[in-house]
Write a protein that binds this ligand. Structure first.
Ligand code: ADP
Length: 886
């Protein structure tokens, strides 16, 4: 068994031994902290939350607040920091975003009434993956808690979003783990510990590959695996008994949510099974290369597809659309159904504009329902729910009026019994507060008892307000004031200059420097009436609110049905909106191994360029006669853009979306592989090459005849000859693999590869067109049949600023190298390399073709531009040489 490090902070450190730590308050703190060692403990003291010891030191750093200490005079003072209680949520939010956990320790009794030490206890534990409150959540994305349940051969996965009540279950082999785990953004991961030794390295690798959640570093917390969670949800267990590992994960998820939510079990009412067979598989690298949701390092949000595609009006609609893009479909039936729904919104009579307009400002029904379901709704939540419900009938009527059967069905799904809206409207004030215990929730006329308490409290207050005027008149003291404080209650205050006029029935209660405070029996009687009535009023309102919340909970199924219909309609209408605004067309999906499209654009690059500047291109792939396209042409010609736009074309089509093309026929794709981008960063060295090769290996292993493979510049991360040889072999393999002939586009600057078309029957050459213009070249960004013309290389070299003498000399040097000695001979002839250049022994492929101290090095050094090593210069020259021709 392997026990993995628990991320427990040494909160108390050795400081607890100091004398300051021995006070009753500190003992109380340490006992509480002991129960939540891995969370920042926010410890309420009066109007402040304080943090102590290691927590204080780290929080001060993370949150930028001042670190002080308690008991400064003590030889061993305790580090401390804090902030006023009302700033709590801001700080919680920041810590959650950094992936931390926060435990809130509140005062459980009124300090004024406490005898001795105020009782305190943890009332809430907030973790990135379990929070449900809107202020900690990103509206447009699910907030998943992810639990992994590993076995030597398989992996169980449960994703649970407590804020929407959704739960996803999946099981997969370790080979599939990367693809399954990288699809979805997860706020917090849980894994069991300890795990069997055979599993630990696989689990570590899977965790290391996880994309950062909201924090830069994905956080994994460790569950106690020795004690499998006993809590099974009956619904979940019965329906998914064939997924035992996913079920174990789900039980652990529910257990964790229960504990962090203070016993209020999240209600996972919408359990869905995820099967990788039902979706277009994308590896993690592909999602990254295509910049679906996250830009490449240094990029901007507007470089992502999501930025342009997300036209949903509501947060729930965005979440739905995002989940579609994360999991494009892989069955014709499902894709056609979604296409039909989008088409309905594009029909001339469709109420798309009015529906989208009506959605604006609509509260998040999905998250509200989830909070109602687990008894966590606040008065404000119920108010928002009422506002949403009041608007639903109009929305539904609008859909029904439009006539389409699909809309009519959606309208029916949106129906919530009107009794609920009526009840909430009758009960709640216009703007209910977030706190349930301080009153101001219930509308007058809803409950007799509440109303009588209200008027009692109110009239008492009125009487007291009037008392000031009448007592001024009676006593003849114009400056007499009525006041209130917690210790003496209501009082009459008279300044010392009027002391002689104080009426006889006043009883003195308090002496200040220049005034005295009095009460009268009548005032005291009214006071207890007012205060008593106010307390009772608050209690009654709380009672009514809880009853209302429970009553609302009985409608959860129909509320979730409505929320679901709304989210789906919003997402479908958003796809229609994108199609209409950007002039996209409906693709034909079919059961074939073709991919034929014309006028294809890159949905993001097109938007970023001035209107009309993007050059649309065609694509024609067919496994039987044009299976592999070898795309050659100079850098900056538009090769990677072309590869990406073909990938996005397929991805969008299989989401059920319209596509940026004038026409497209797509044989269903089961897996999409793209190797684009990473190696574009010149000089990134061997590690880049390693990444490139392992991604390529993965493609060769897993591509099927229904896959689409898009490769860019394979082999560029290594020395010239290795790279060319590898690219050659990879191309042959993809062309000839038995039984698995994936449609492939291979972009390369290895001109030699174009000869392959003579040998490989299903390989076709294509190139990016370049036009010579005066002394230079113009990139036309047009893809045309046939290999690239080699002559452009001269111009590119000139463009790049390489002097003519270098180019000329390069031809001579390379001719000599190639004619006289093989690469291996050069290697052998070279003196032993220093450590810096040594390649790892296990990876001979990565060794450089030319040694640093080749006899020609001195000459090369003279030719090399500043800052280039002779080795780089040699490689660069070899590259130019190939491009210019012999
Ligand atoms: P390569 O991969 O051949 O080096 P890129 O695909 O990176 O070239 O394209 C280089 C630049 O050319 C891109 O930044 C883009 O702005 C522009 N470009 C690419 N394709 C097109 C196109 N079809 N229409 C207009 N501009 C394009």
């Amino acid at each position: 068994m392997s026990t993995r490090g628990r991320n427990v902070s040494t909160a108390t450190g050795g400081a607890a031994a100091g004398s300051a730590a021995k006070t009753p308050l500190m003992k109380q703190y340490l006992a509480t902290k002991g129960e939540h060692p891995d969370a920042f403990l926010f410890f309420r003291m009066g109007d402040f939350y304080e943090l102590f010891f290691e927590d204080a030191v780290r929080a001060a750093q993370l949150l930028g607040i001042t670190l002080t200490s308690r008991n400064k005079s003590d030889p061993d003072p305790i580090p401390m920091c804090g902030f006023p209680w009302h700033q709590r949520d801001g700080y919680v939010s920041r810590l959650l975003r950094l992936g931390h956990k926060v435990a809130i320790c509140d005062q459980l009794e009124d300090p004024a009434q406490a005898k001795g030490l105020v009782q305190r206890g943890v009332t809430e534990v907030l973790t990135p993956g379990s929070v449900t409150s809107d202020q900690f959540l990103d509206g447009g994305a699910n907030n998943f808690l992810g639990v992994l349940w590993p076995r030597p051969d398989r992996l169980g996965l449960c994703l649970a979003d407590a804020s929407t009540g959704e739960m996803k279950l999946a099981e997969c082999s370790w080979d599939e783990a990367g693809s399954v785990l990288s699809r979805t953004r997860v706020a917090e991961w849980l894994v069991p510990s300890p795990v069997e030794d055979a599993v630990a390295p696989k689990l570590d690798a899977a965790l290391a590959g996880l994309p950062g959640a909201r924090s830069a570093v994905p956080v994994a917390r460790y569950l106690d695996a020795s004690r499998p969670p006993a809590r099974w949800s009956a619904v979940v267990a019965d329906a998914h008994a064939d997924l035992p590992l996913a079920l174990a994960a789900s039980a652990a998820a529910l257990d964790y949510l229960d504990r962090t939510q203070g016993g209020l079990a999240a209600q996972m009412t919408r359990v869905e099974r995820w099967s990788e067979d039902a979706v277009l598989r994308l590896d993690a690298a592909t999602a990254r290369h295509l910049e679906l949701f996250t830009p490449q390092p240094g990029g901007e949000p507007s470089h992502t597809l999501w930025y342009h595609l997300n036209m949903a009006v509501t947060a729930a609609g965005s979440r739905r659309l995002r989940s579609w893009l994360e999991r494009p479909l892989a069955s014709l039936g499902a894709i056609h159904a979604r296409q039909q729904a989008v088409a309905a919104w594009l029909a001339p009579e469709a109420p798309r504009g009015s529906f989208r307009e009506a959605l604006r400002g609509l509260p998040d029904l999905e998250r509200l329902s989830a909070r109602v379901a687990c008894g966590k709704a606040t008065p404000r939540d119920l108010g928002a729910l009422r506002d949403a419900l009041v608007r639903l009938p109009d929305l539904a009527a609008g859909l029904e009026r439009s006539g389409g059967e699909a809309f009519a069905a959606a309208a029916r799904a949106m129906a919530v019994p009107p009794a609920l809206a009526e009840r909430l409207s009758a009960a709640l004030v216009d703007e209910p507060p977030t706190v349930a215990r301080d009153g101001d929730i219930i509308r007058t006329g809803f409950d007799e008892l509440r109303d009588s308490l209200y008027s009692l409290a109110h009239s008492g207050k009125q009487w007291i307000a009037e008392l000031e005027a009448s007592e001024r008149e009676r006593s003849g003291i114009p400056s007499l004031k009525v006041g209130f404080n917690k210790v003496f209650g209501f009082y009459l205050e008279i300044t010392n200059s009027h002391r002689d006029k104080v009426p006889a029935d006043y009883e003195r209660r308090q002496t200040l420097t220049n005034a005295e405070r009095y009460v009268t029996p009548a005032l005291k009687a009214r006071e207890s009436e007012v205060l008593g009535a106010e307390e009772k009023l608050k209690a009654r309102e709380h009672e009514l609110f809880v009853a209302l919340r429970d009553e609302t909970a009985r409608y959860v199924a129909s509320l979730q049905g409505a929320a679901d219909a709304l989210a789906r309609l919003d997402a479908e209408a958003a796809l229609a909106e994108v199609a209409a605004r950007f002039d996209w067309s409906r693709p034909v999906l079919e059961d074939s191994d073709r991919l034929v499209a014309s006028g294809v654009r890159h949905p993001v690059v097109e938007r970023l360029l001035p209107r009309g500047e993007f050059v649309a291109n065609d694509v024609r792939l067919d496994a039987s006669d044009r299976q592999v396209i070898l795309l050659t042409g100079p850098n900056m010609g538009g090769k990677s853009t072309y590869l990406r736009q073909v990938a996005l074309l397929v991805l969008l089509a299989q989401c059920g979306s319209w596509v940026p093309a004038t026409q497209a026929t797509i044989g269903l794709v089961d897996r999409l592989f793209t190797r684009v981008g990473a190696a574009d960063r010149l000089g990134a060295g061997q590690s880049t090459f390693m990444v490139e090769m392992s991604e390529t290996a993965d493609i060769l292993r897993s591509a099927t005849s229904r896959s689409l493979v898009l490769l860019d510049e394979i082999g560029r991360g290594t020395a010239t000859y290795d790279g060319l040889a590898l690219a050659w072999a990879v191309t042959e393999h993809l062309h000839d693999a038995r039984g698995a002939r994936p449609r492939t586009i291979f972009a390369t600057h290895y001109h030699e590869l174009t000869q392959l078309s003579e040998k490989l029957g299903r390989l076709a050459n294509a190139h990016v067109a370049v036009k010579e213009w005066g002394d230079g070249v113009v990139f036309l960004h047009r893809i045309a049949d046939g290999p690239a013309d080699r002559s452009y290389g001269i111009h590119v070299a000139k463009l790049a600023g390489l002097p003519e003498s270098v180019i000329e000399r390069a031809k001579v040097v390379l001719a000599e190298l190639e004619s006289e000695r093989t690469v291996e001979e050069l290697e052998k002839a070279a003196p032993k390399r220093g450590k810096r250049d040594a390649a790892p022994a296990a990876l001979p492929l990565f060794e450089s073709a030319a040694p640093a101290e080749h006899p020609l090095a001195a000459e090369l050094r003279q030719l090399a531009p500043d800052g280039m090593t002779p080795l780089e210069a040699l490689q660069r020259l070899a590259d130019w040489k190939r491009r210019f021709g012999a």
